[in-house]
Design a protein around this ligand. Sequence first.
Ligand SMILES: CC(C)(COP(=O)(O)OP(=O)(O)OC[C@H]1O[C@@H](n2cnc3c(N)ncnc32)[C@H](O)[C@@H]1OP(=O)(O)O)[C@@H](O)C(=O)NCCC(=O)NCCS
Length: 160
Amino acid sequence: MIGSELHTSHFPYGEYRLARASWRDVFALHRLERLIFPGDAYSYPELLALLVWPGMANLKLVDRHGRLAAFFSGGPFPGGGRTWIMTIGVHPEHQRRGLAWRLLAEGEACLAGPTIYLTVRASNRRAYALYAQNGYIQVRVKARYYPDGEDGIEMRKDRP
Ligand SMILES: CC(C)(COP(=O)(O)OP(=O)(O)OC[C@H]1O[C@@H](n2cnc3c(N)ncnc32)[C@H](O)[C@@H]1OP(=O)(O)O)[C@@H](O)C(=O)NCCC(=O)NCCS
């Protein structure tokens, strides 16, 4: 699906529209990142790199007012043959409505390759549960992976 026209759709969860994110979304994405990843947010250059890197699947959900509700980024970045989910986040006002589940499924459908990797904070039980319930298994612990010294948990999903 990468590189082709992404269908836009209205979800049964409400009036959320799915679309590809582009460099034009960088300011809204940065605001969302700072809100949901305090201390950990991607910088503007990092977000821009995600948004323009070849082969990346960058998807957003916008609400009925056109505001950013959720974002997914995944693909071969930062290179090396593996497919990674780089970030997934839902605005606090839109959480617990099934958006992460839906966006994860839509994002995975855009990703090539049989195996998808991601890293999640050891303390992020909600995100860990989301991934585990969607078929991701723990691969290894990355000791002190995050800047504040917290461990990261690498997870992997093998697709048929
Ligand atoms: C983690 C995060 C992405 C979850 O987003 P969300 O949209 O609230 O998640 P969902 O609504 O899709 O899922 C929420 C709940 O509904 C359940 N659910 C939703 N859709 C479901 C479905 N189709 N089938 C079964 N359960 C479902 C989930 O199990 C989950 O249960 P919980 O509320 O007890 O945790 C969100 O909290 C977030 O953005 N956090 C900050 C950023 C972050 O941590 N990102 C992950 C980094 S690795």
